[in-house]
Design a protein around this ligand. Structure first.
Ligand SMILES: N[C@@H](CCC(=O)N[C@@H](CS)C(=O)NCC(=O)O)C(=O)O
Length: 199
């Protein structure tokens, strides 16, 4: 079966667990010991030279990293990956948005709040995370005002990619009550069959 190298608390890793669960594809977690530097070991760098999680080892022995590339790999040929060319590009549009304009702020704020001491110097990043994170959440809320899911009214890996850190954004200090369309979408995503909770 597929091996998922990751951290249970990580939204990027959760994306893969949720996708594989909903596709009914068996996998085993390899829980990484980041504190002791397992991700920096020569052995893991053969799996992901960046030393980051998630990474997967496929049943054919091939390895893949970058959460959204892993989602695309497993989703192809399923209902989570549109058959139509423009819809497919729109799924990618929202997945690139997630990595460049959302995750670096929404996920990083959560990481800082959950993991770093009150006097840690990285706390200085929080105001920028809040500002840019709110910009991303506003874009999502506007887009979702008249839509069921991110692309073409059909649940796709774009929804999985954006759900991962949005549904736990409050842990980073974001007030999701400001975004009613996001709130309604989060409920719809959580109601998709075979949903899996983070953690
Ligand atoms: N763009 C990557 C981000 C991966 C990433 O930043 N992973 C974090 C955990 S969420 C990590 O492994 N951090 C440890 C490190 O960078 O040493 C993805 O989407 O997979």
């Amino acid at each position: 079966v597929t091996t998922l190298f990751g951290l249970r608390s990580s939204g990027n890793c959760y994306k893969i667990a949720l996708c594989l669960t909903q596709l009914g594809l068996p996998f085993v977690w390899h829980d990484m010991d980041m504190a002791s530097g397992e991700n920096r070991s020569a052995e893991f760098k053969r799996i992901n030279p960046l030393g980051k999680v998630p990474a997967v080892k496929l049943t054919n022995g091939e390895c893949l990293f970058e959460s959204n590339a892993i989602l695309a790999y497993f989703a192809e040929g399923t209902s989570l990956w549109p058959a139509e060319k423009l819809a497919r590009a729109r799924v990618l549009q929202w997945m690139f948005f997630e990595q460049y304009s959302h995750e670096p702020y929404v996920a990083v704020a959560r990481y800082i709040c959950n993991n770093l001491a009150a006097d840690h110097p990285r706390r200085a990043e929080l105001p920028r995370c809040m500002q840019r994170g709110h910009e991303a959440l506003q874009v999502m809320d506007q887009h979702l005002a008249d839509k069921t899911f991110f692309v073409g009214e059909t649940y796709s890996v774009a929804d999985i990619a954006l759900y991962a850190y949005t549904h736990v954004a409050a842990e980073g200090g974001f007030d999701l009550a400001l975004y009613p369309a996001i709130g309604a979408w989060l409920k719809r995503v959580a109601a998709v069959p075979n949903h899996l909770a983070i953690g």
